[in-house]
Design a protein. Structure first.
Ligand SMILES: Nc1ncnc2c1ncn2[C@@H]1O[C@H](COP(=O)(O)OP(=O)(O)OP(=O)(O)O)[C@@H](O)[C@H]1O
Ligand SMILES: [Mg+2]
Length: 343
């Protein structure tokens, strides 16, 4: 059995190659309840911010890195259970995990260890942008430059791919989650209002979906009175965070393009940039980026599942012995973490 898995800061997606293409897509959250044991996925996600002290809630991945090994193992086992017919895993499996380009050897080892502890015989790591490019159908095996941006919750990565290789890649350990946190902080400072992280994410999505309204109502705690309260939030509070995220994306694209040969730059001007990951759903992002960068920007259908679909497609190609094989992908020699230590 070949399990493919995209472990994200907010969501985990997993599938088994050759099993009807069923993909599970759940919050990457685990709650440890002393009475019920480990609760994983949507139920655990709903408990965040509402849990008593007796229930510990863990989001075990952050920015592509294992933050809590035991929980990552539990989540992997949960994926196997959900994807195997018998509801339990009786045999070993091979595991392919997607990762950002610039993880250190230690960070990569932690993921491999987690896979083996979950029961994997062999653990392979594949770059997330490469997997996404496969799902999008970009010609990454040809001598043509393809620029892919993965806009996740804890990782934002730009990668230029050509001839089965990552030519250049830049990334930051920030994403949609940081936008939510910034909204919470701003409301606390400027409005003395405490908004939960879930509510901040909902507000962000609402602002993204509704381009007309200028004000949005949220519920939280008034920090002056200590009582539950409603607050009318001007859309500018959210728009400013989205626009600052857009600046980050442009900066990453700039770094990536400046590190690549001129012929490939020409390809990007002609072919444009593909956005994948949950952040690609941010409305207005495509027009903002295409206007500021003066290149076409496209978002494939269902951008948040591109990575897992690409991993699955790669597995199918291997099984069919057809041309594509992730093991032949050449990783970037110098993936750079912007604002962090160079890897
Ligand atoms: N319609 C939308 N509008 C705005 N943001 C959205 C929308 N849909 C999803 N997002 C954001 O996308 C992020 C989740 O994206 P994704 O599932 O790709 O992240 P992840 O894979 O869990 O994290 P990472 O890969 O960075 O570790 C969340 O921050 C979520 O708020
Ligand atoms: Mg992701």
């Amino acid at each position: 059995m070949n399990l493919v898995c995209d472990l994200g800061t907010t969501n985990v997606r997993a599938a088994v190659a050759g099993s009807g293409n069923k993909i599970i897509n759940e919050p990457c959250v685990i709650a440890f309840d002393s009475l019920r044991g480990a609760i994983i996925g949507v139920e655990a996600y709903r408990m965040i911010g509402r849990n008593p002290d007796a229930i510990e809630i863990v989001t075990p991945m952050e920015g592509g890195v294992v933050k809590h090994l035991e929980s990552v193992v539990e989540i992997m086992k949960h994926c196997v259970k959900r994807l195997t017919r018998r509801g339990s895993f009786t045999r070993k499996f091979n595991l392919t995990l997607s990762i950002p380009s610039g993880l250190t050897q230690v960070e990569q080892k932690a993921l491999k260890d987690a896979g083996r502890l979950a029961g994997a015989r062999d653990v392979k790591l594949v770059n997330s942008t490469v997997a996404a490019a496969v799902a999008v159908g970009l010609p990454i095996e040809s001598p043509i430059g393809c620029l892919v941006m993965n806009l996740g919750s804890g990782v934002t990565e730009a990668a230029l791919l050509s001839m089965k290789g990552v030519v250049a890649s830049h990334w930051v350990r920030t994403g949609g989650h940081a936008i939510d946190e910034a909204i919470v902080e701003r409301l606390k400072k400027e409005y003395s209002f405490l908004l939960g992280l879930h509510s901040a994410e909902e507000l962000k999505r609402e602002v993204c979906n509704d381009r007309k309204s200028n004000e949005f109502e949220v519920r939280g705690r008034n920090l002056k009175t200590g009582l539950p309260d409603c607050l009318t939030v001007p859309r500018s509070v959210v728009d400013e965070q989205l626009s600052s995220y857009c600046d980050t994306i442009i900066e990453l694209i700039g770094h990536t393009i400046s590190a690549c040969p001129p012929e490939l730059v020409g390809d990007i001007i002609e072919r444009g940039i593909a956005l994948v990951g949950g952040g690609a759903n941010i409305s207005g992002l495509v027009s903002e980026l295409s206007t500021r960068l003066e290149v076409p920007v496209m978002v494939p259908e269902d951008p948040e599942t591109c990575v897992i679909r690409g991993l699955l497609q790669g597995q199918r190609s291997i099984q069919r012995n057809s041309v594509f094989d992730f093991s032949s992908i050449i990783p970037a020699a110098a993936a750079k973490e912007v604002g962090g230590g160079e890897k």
